[in-house]
Design a protein around this ligand. Structure first.
Ligand code: G
Ligand code: G
Ligand code: NA
Ligand code: MN
Length: 253
């Protein structure tokens, strides 16, 4: 099978899996959410998303894969609620084109109802670039998802040339500082200036701010001092299968 055909079959063959990476409040060291990241278990090998998400986007298969991911994350949120009192949300990455699907909000609503969770159990991440290149297609869905009660996070923030004035009108809950800025923290004064500006912007707009790609204690400390208290990255935990995250919570919380 070529990759395209195999990927089509992957969904129906249940070869896609979600890994989960915790989001940590560094003031309490507690998990305050998790991000779902897709993996493809193909012939016993784990195919990384970089090798199949671009293909899924090019073929349009990404839409059904994303809807599957929402359902799977919702199911997992409910399982963790029962298992260890998980009471925050699992973030799912969605491509901007999915927001153009006219029945997206109804589909999300029915998926959440099917899995028996409230819309708060799921958070949706859209990249700043995806959002800004297709505002007209995306924004109506954002408003309706917000009315439903599902929070929206802007991923890779700082790389996508947002219209800051426009940003104030959007029903979003969180800015996620792009990991390139986190990576350079402490190395270049520009990166801490950008991080500072994003944190100030989030504060002014009443949004949560989170840093991704936190790998080093020193990066965490700079972020903390600048006022970003929620972090995600290898310093705390890698993306891992659901049962490993349960174990990680038992061991660390
Ligand atoms: O999970 P990381 O481990 O390697 O993911 C690599 C890239 O693939 C990241 O840019 C990430 O946003 C993207 N990605 C991972 N999971 C998903 C997903 O479920 N949907 C979409 N659209 N992108 C994903
Ligand atoms: O923003 P996006 O959704 O593209 O981010 C998810 C990606 O970031 C995944 O590929 C995930 O494995 C990766 N990731 C998570 N934590 C870290 C980290 O601390 N360092 C690096 N380099 N990548 C990370
Ligand atoms: Na993301
Ligand atoms: Mn990101």
């Amino acid at each position: 099978l070529d990759l395209d055909t195999a990927l089509h079959k992957a969904l129906e063959r249940q070869e896609l899996v979600l890994y989960y990476q915790p989001k940590i409040d560094v003031r309490t060291s507690r998990m305050v959410g998790a991000e779902a990241l897709m993996r493809w278990r193909r012939n016993g090998q784990l195919v990384p998303p970089g090798d199949f998400i671009p293909l899924a986007e090019a073929t349009g298969l990404i839409n059904n894969m994303s809807l599957w991911a929402i359902g799977e994350a919702a199911r997992q949120a409910r399982a963790w609620q029962n298992e260890f009192g998980f009471d925050s949300s699992i973030a799912v990455n969605l491509p901007s084109r999915l927001f153009e699907q006219p029945d997206l909000v109804e589909r999300v609503e029915s998926i959440l109802a099917r899995e028996g969770v409230t819309p708060r159990a799921i958070e949706l991440e859209i990249t700043e670039t995806g959002l800004m290149k297709d505002l007209q297609g995306v924004v109506p869905s954002l408003h309706r998802l917000n009315q439903l009660g599902t929070q929206i996070s802007i991923d890779d923030f700082g790389t996508g040339y947002s219209s800051l004035a426009y940003l104030t009108t959007l029903p979003i809950s969180e800015l996620k500082i792009d990991r390139s800025f986190v990576h350079d923290l402490g190395d270049t004064p520009q990166s801490s200036a950008v991080v500072s500006a994003i944190i100030a912007l989030a504060r002014a707009l009443g949004l949560r701010v989170i840093a991704e790609g936190v790998e080093q204690e020193s990066q965490m400390k700079v972020l903390y001092d600048l006022g970003c208290h929620i972090c995600q990255g290898f310093l705390f935990a890698r993306p891992m299968p659901a049962h490993e995250l349960s174990q990680w919570v038992r061991d660390s919380q």
